[in-house]
Design a protein around this ligand. Sequence first.
Ligand code: C5P
Length: 232
Amino acid sequence: MGKDVIIACDFSSGQKTLEFLDRFGGKKPFVKIGMELYYAEGPSIVEKIKNRGHKIFLDLKLHDIPNTVKKAMAVLSGLDVDMTNLHAAGGSQMMRAAIEGLTRPDGTRPLLIAVTQLTSTDAATLKNELLIDTPMADTVLSYAKSAMASGLDGVVCSPLEAEGVHKNCGKNFLTVTPGVRFADGDIGDQKRVMTPAEAKKAGSDYIVVGRPITAAEDPVAAYERCVREFID
Ligand code: C5P
């Protein structure tokens, strides 16, 4: 898998999502299905989007005791997704159990990525609410090293942290980075953001872009702008 732009399809129904994807015609962007859409539609929406020829990142951010996560991942392994994820904060035992659950009988499995710290979390929240005194960059790195040691394929982090993760975990350890905004766009609730071009320079492997594309007047043009800035 190479560098790619993943569109966060945070829609409330399958119908809205499929209508949105219809606008792309023959283009088949990599699609992220998150909690809103998955909880609304269930596994059938994964199948429908896959059948249209899209790659899928199933972003359900599992975080529970190891046994529960293992069993849930075993269920998700039956879906034909390319990437899925969990919270590194669940610990290394949970991450190893997740890999076991996600691995199919034939040995294959989707890529498994760990969320380090949400890109909506800023330094003050980390310190005052999560009670983590370690600076953000070091916290993210520590979670990334733990994910790598547990056998995961990469992390979700801010593009601001992608370079540090690659330096410490190697260039093949994937960085999947939300918190991407156009230079002239709204930041919204995201706190740690970069433009697609900056994310490219920082070495992100995948950028996850939601509202800058889904809420754009011309989503296809916004997607193409992301691709131009991030890949070309
Ligand atoms: O609309 P926006 O570009 O902010 O969408 C970002 C997407 O990435 C959302 O679907 C959000 O759930 C997801 N995400 C994130 N930060 C993380 C992990 C996932 O923003 N750390």
